[in-house]
Design a protein around this ligand. Structure first.
Ligand code: G1P
Length: 291
């Protein structure tokens, strides 16, 4: 069982980032020198994924165009002998096989994932959420695929968060799994628990490897938190049927859909940029001394 396909939901309206996202998809906001969605797709590619399935909605065509071949631009860059730029653009359009599926109604993350059912078929698949950027040595998705090759069951990526923040996440309860480092066997999952509903601080971040059985559960799922069909609720059903693991990935996660998280991601990714990292570090030091 190989994880070959990655579902990336990009249908959301990006209201947390208005007015910046009034006319452009939030996934096209730039971190340093690339749109956030390119980091996500590059993580999938670097992890060995062979096909990406975007779950889109109206007004999101800029995302598809970004990964497409642009004949006019290519022609112009060749004429002007801008070879390096031309190569960079062809790298993006040749990154990976991409398929788009429309989510016809905004019924929630669980519904968005279910839209990919026919394209994914009967095999385990990865889900990457576009708001969650992970800065790490080994790509987060690859870390999870390595674990999947051992356990052969669904895996959700988690990080510990302060208990006062657990209401913002899907929360996982379980016992640590001695056989595998950083891993917990999931016993219960709750989407955005109210205070006191769980004493776990293990929060789901936007990386999942799911067994295809999830589709049948999602198809019959009632609305949950916020009146939406929640992926976490269906994962709770799945974890009662078969084993599921939570994995504390190695790396730093940024919520790029939040204004402060987005600024932090720009700084972290900027500092590790080959050309910009040095000068940016100097600038930050200078600024810190004047604060
Ligand atoms: C979604 C999931 C939630 C998860 C979060 C991670 O929530 O429903 O379980 O913890 O992503 O970013 P959202 O942030 O879309 O409300």
């Amino acid at each position: 069982m190989q994880v070959r396909k990655a579902v990336i939901p990009v249908a959301g309206l990006g209201t947390r980032f208005l007015p910046a996202t009034k006319a452009i998809p939030k996934e096209m906001l730039t971190i340093v020198d690339r749109p956030t969605i390119q980091y996500i797709v590059e993580e999938a590619v670097a992890s060995g994924i062979e096909q990406v399935i975007f779950i889109t909605s109206e007004g999101k065509s800029a995302i598809e165009n970004h990964f497409d071949y642009n004949f006019q631009l290519d022609h112009l860059l060749k004429e002007k002998r801008k070879t390096v730029l031309g190569e960079e653009l062809s790298h993006i359009s040749n990154l990976i096989d991409i398929i788009s599926v429309r989510q016809k109604k905004p019924l929630g993350l669980g519904h968005a994932i279910c839209t990919a059912k026919n394209v994914v078929g009967d095999e385990p698949f990865m889900v990457l959420l576009g708001d969650d950027l992970v800065h790490s040595h080994k790509p987060c998705a690859r870390q999870m695929i390595d674990l999947f090759e051992e356990v052969g069951e669904s895996i959700v990526a988690v990080q510990r968060v302060p208990l006062k923040d657990t209401h913002q996440y899907g929360i996982v309860e379980g016992d640590s799994e001695a056989a595998y480092p950083r891993t917990h066997k999931v016993s219960r999952m709750i989407e955005k628990p109210i205070p006191g509903a769980s004493d776990s601080d293990l929060a789901i971040i936007g990386r999942y490897i799911l067994m295809p059985e999830i589709f049948e559960i999602l198809e019959n799922a009632p609305p949950g938190h916020g009146g939406e069909i929640q992926l976490t609720d269906s994962l709770q059903v799945l974890c009662k049927r078969r084993a599921m693991y939570a994995y504390e990935f190695d790396g730093q996660r940024f919520d790029a859909g939040d204004k402060l998280g987005y600024l932090k991601a720009n700084i972290a990714f900027g500092l590790s940029h080959s050309a910009l990292g040095g000068p940016l570090r100097e600038y930050i030091k200078q600024m810190a001394s004047t604060l």
